[in-house]
Design a binder for this molecule. Structure first.
Ligand SMILES: NC(=O)c1ccc[n+]([C@@H]2O[C@H](COP(=O)([O-])OP(=O)(O)OC[C@H]3O[C@@H](n4cnc5c(N)ncnc54)[C@H](OP(=O)(O)O)[C@@H]3O)[C@@H](O)[C@H]2O)c1
Length: 178
């Protein structure tokens, strides 16, 4: 069981604009069945975690429909509306506790920290983030929501080109081991 942070990023390390727009990303050419793309990645995911900005973006973008079938934990200090019939719960519990619940719910499959970057950092702080996958779009934004605002050492495991994207998969080093 592996815990992944899988995301797209601008070349200068932002995953959304300051206004939480992904327009710069959604206009890019990608083969969803190609190298390191979403379809193959998502197949082995058994549970999701995300912060409230990401959750609110998904809800706005999908006009209230929920596209994920996996159990999902949304980190927030607020009472947000939940999509009807979806397996989504709000939490402000400790990341390690939530991670254990995700492992139980995932039935042996992997876990996906959808974002944002600081939440992925909290999973890394807790010692439960194993891999970081980044699809770099050929765009710079100058500012925005940061990719992973931590000092982490990573080992490059895999690289690929998927149409407009430069894709990398990295292992998070633990206890000083690269
Ligand atoms: N490029 C991509 O592929 C990609 C991937 C994922 C996300 N995104 C976008 O990137 C942006 C990320 O936004 P963001 O940086 O604000 O991060 P976020 O993680 O989506 O949301 C941050 C918010 O989550 C809540 N939160 C975080 N940690 C918490 C904890 N331990 N306990 C309780 N609540 C916690 C807090 O809000 P409250 O407590 O106030 O609710 C915090 O302000 C979004 O626009 C999203 O759509 C892009």
């Amino acid at each position: 069981m592996t815990t992944h942070f899988y995301t797209s990023s601008s070349l200068d390390g932002f995953i959304a604009t300051d206004e939480h727009s992904l327009d710069w990303l959604l206009t890019q050419d990608v083969d969803q069945d190609g190298p390191m793309a979403y379809t193959g990645f998502e197949r082995n995911i058994g549970a999701l975690a995300m912060g409230s900005s990401t959750y609110e973006w998904v809800m706005r973008h999908e006009e209230g429909r929920w596209g994920y079938t996996q159990p999902t934990w949304v980190f927030t200090h607020r009472e947000l509306d939940l999509p009807a019939g979806a397996d989504v719960r709000l939490t402000q519990d400790d990341v390690r506790t939530v991670h254990s619940r995700m492992v139980e719910a995932a039935g042996g499959k992997d876990l996906w920290v959808v974002g944002g970057g600081d939440l992925a950092g909290q999973f890394a702080d807790a010692g439960v983030l194993d891999e970081v996958w980044v699809q770099y779009a050929p765009v710079t934004l100058g500012s925005g929501a940061p990719l992973l605002p931590r000092r982490l050492d990573l080992e490059l495991l895999e690289v690929a080109r998927n149409r407009n994207f430069l894709c990398g998969r990295y292992r998070v080093a633990r206890d000083g081991q690269a």
